[in-house]
Design a protein around this ligand. Structure first.
Ligand SMILES: Cc1cc2nc3c(=O)[nH]c(=O)nc-3n(C[C@H](O)[C@H](O)[C@H](O)COP(=O)(O)OP(=O)(O)OC[C@H]3O[C@@H](n4cnc5c(N)ncnc54)[C@H](O)[C@@H]3O)c2cc1C
Length: 282
């Protein structure tokens, strides 16, 4: 839709041009900003003009620019040992938009919008991603994405702070992952999303989002018993309530899906361990 309160759209090239004037806000892909009236807004600062590389990989992190689109993220090629690679596309598919939405919606816009069913929040939280935040004084601060989204459409970002990128540790890209999502209808918004992870050191983490007002992660030193995992999920205290699912249903589904993830990861680790032993020449 047209935003008829907007009087200026700035296209910065340098960081010093990112200071927000009164009435301005950042524009990612605009797939949400242009979907409803923004009565308080008089100006937009278009982040796509900064030309940030969408994806960078070094020895330690997979760096995803805030301006990386869903299409670009879903196309990231797997590298050797990246067992978590399928999760990139799986999380993109949790946003049921057409290719037009995928081509414009950005990772940063999705996280900063902070809808419970924000699939980039799910992905980043599940893989212990760090948010790199540019502060208006020219500095930088870092925060786990898990702590950045604090409530429905609420983040810990202060006015003028910009999400520059998220960094996923390469070690987490090597973790085995299991993904489950459920919705009340075939093309409905996520009722709950559960992503479980099994790290090389045996740590098990299950992250619940969509069904909760903010992402929540439960962690164990090893794959837990079913009852321990269920108890941890049941203790979550921020179940979301809207027309896409009642809190008790979201809780029950999260327990069920977490158990499915647990069984999947356990089966994978048992098979991997059996294969290692059968290769043992002793
Ligand atoms: C058909 C359809 C289906 C959708 N389904 C979902 C869904 O399932 N889940 C979901 O979460 N959303 C959904 N959306 C909403 C929206 O498209 C997505 O959340 C999208 O990822 C938002 O990204 P964007 O880049 O377009 O954000 P924008 O619309 O550009 O911005 C969103 C908000 O984030 C702020 N912002 C953007 N980038 C930054 C940054 N780098 N730093 C600080 N602030 C920033 C903006 O100021 C604005 O307040 C859907 C939209 C459509 C049209």
């Amino acid at each position: 839709m047209d935003l008829n309160t907007i009087r200026s759209v700035r296209q910065p090239r340098e960081r010093h041009e990112l200071t927000l004037a009164p009435g301005e806000d950042f524009l990612g892909g605009g797939s949400w900003l242009f979907s409803e009236p923004q009565l308080g807004l008089t100006g937009l600062v278009d982040l796509t003009s900064l030309g940030w590389p969408p994806i960078e990989v070094d020895d330690d992190v997979l760096r995803i620019a805030a301006t990386c689109t869903f299409t670009e993220l879903a196309a990231v090629e797997a590298r050797a040992g990246w067992r978590a690679h399928p999760l990139l596309r799986q999380c993109c598919t949790a946003l049921l938009g057409s290719f037009k939405v995928w081509n414009t919606a950005t990772v940063g816009g999705n996280i900063c919008l902070a809808l419970p069913a924000g699939p980039m929040t799910s992905l980043a939280s599940a893989l212990d991603a760090t948010a790199v935040i540019w502060t208006p004084d020219g500095g930088e601060r870092r925060s786990p994405v898990l702590d950045l989204v604090v409530d429905v459409q609420t983040t810990s970002l202060e006015r003028g702070e910009l999400l520059r990128s998220i960094e996923i540790p390469i070690e987490r890209m090597r973790s085995a992952t299991a993904y489950r999502k459920i919705a009340l209808s075939a093309l409905g918004r996520s009722g709950t999303v559960v992503i479980a992870r099994l790290d090389a050191d045996g740590t098990f983490a299950a992250t619940v989002s969509g069904g909760t007002t903010r992402p929540v992660q439960v962690r164990f030193d090893a794959v837990p018993e079913a009852s321990a995992l269920a108890a941890a999920i049941e203790q979550i205290d921020c179940w979301y309530d809207d027309l896409h699912g009642a809190p008790d249903w979201r809780r029950a589904m999260s327990v069920l899906l977490a158990e499915e993830c647990r069984v999947e990861l356990l089966a994978g680790s048992t098979a991997a361990s059996a294969a290692t032993h059968s290769e043992d020449p002793r």
